[in-house]
Design a protein around this ligand. Structure first.
Ligand SMILES: CC(C)(COP(=O)(O)OP(=O)(O)OC[C@H]1O[C@@H](n2cnc3c(N)ncnc32)[C@H](O)[C@@H]1O)[C@@H](O)C(=O)NCCC(=O)NCCS
Ligand SMILES: Nc1ncnc2c1ncn2[C@@H]1O[C@H](COP(=O)(O)OP(=O)(O)OP(=O)(O)O)[C@@H](O)[C@H]1O
Length: 204
């Protein structure tokens, strides 16, 4: 039996940092942003559907035109729904296959900013939310992506509010540049271990 942890939180909250810590503890994490891009590059059906929806320029020399898809997706909530309806079911199925390939590993993680919005919650057993205040997230994301505040805010507006995320999560990790992060990750893992004897095998 494999226990699946969903790692969510808004853009810039620090999900990738938490995922890296989990990986260091021997817990493999499926990073949805990366895998969604791989699937978008390799799945012919998906590529055709995106071209029909967004236009042929969504691929240039075979490569995904990320700025174009981003402005289409984040510019209009109906567009976001349509793009998500094409990509998310394939990511979900890919995660199932990825988990099966991992075998009897104890625990795996799925990292996604939009875990709850995309319906990935039903694929996991527990949801951990990584929380950081909005202003901290915006500054981090601007710095990391060399992006403008306006573009980051567009993405945030396409995501569920922190308040709703927090209510739907089983565990919250605060990553606000003040609260120490590693002890919280350890507490989370040890809480899971206490409630699920299966988890011990993941730390072998
Ligand atoms: C629009 C795209 C091309 C922008 O690529 P880019 O390299 O600039 O950003 P990246 O993929 O690293 O995403 C960064 C962050 O943007 C936010 N984001 C991405 N997609 C979405 C979405 N559909 N809805 C809300 N927020 C999103 C998340 O916080 C994510 O962590 C890309 O995000 C994409 O293809 N999105 C659609 C697929 C998707 O939903 N991926 C997210 C997990 S499945
Ligand atoms: N505790 C921290 N101390 C210092 N820098 C941090 C901390 N947490 C995150 N960061 C930095 O903030 C930026 C955003 O973090 P990260 O990439 O983990 O966010 P994310 O939630 O995965 O974002 P996204 O949804 O865009 O993928 C990164 O450059 C990361 O190195």
């Amino acid at each position: 039996m494999v226990i699946k942890i969903g790692i969510t939180g808004g853009i810039g909250s620090g999900k990738s940092v938490v995922s890296r810590l989990l990986e260091m503890m021997g817990i493999p994490v499926y990073v949805s942003d990366i895998e969604a891009k791989r699937i978008t590059h390799t799945n012919e059906v998906l590529r055709r559907e995106l071209c029909t929806l967004v236009g042929p320029d969504v691929f240039q020399n075979g490569e995904l035109n990320r700025p174009l898809l981003a402005s289409y997706l984040f510019g209009d909530s109906q567009h976001a729904k349509e793009v998500n309806a094409i990509i998310h079911p394939k990511v979900k199925e890919d995660f199932r296959q990825w988990t099966l390939r991992k075998g009897d590993i104890g625990i795996v993680g799925m990292e996604s900013a939009i875990l709850l919005e995309a319906g990935f919650k039903e694929e996991v057993d527990f949801v951990v939310m990584v929380y950081a205040p909005l202003e901290v997230r915006v500054v981090r994301a601007m710095k990391r992506d060399h992006s403008s505040k306006e573009l980051i805010m567009k993405r945030i507006e396409a995501q569920m509010s922190d308040e709703i995320k927090r209510n739907r999560a089983d565990f919250v990790i605060v990553n606000d540049d003040e609260t120490p992060l590693i002890p919280q990750v350890l507490t989370f893992i040890s809480l899971l271990s206490k409630n699920n004897h299966y988890l011990c095998s993941a730390k072998k």
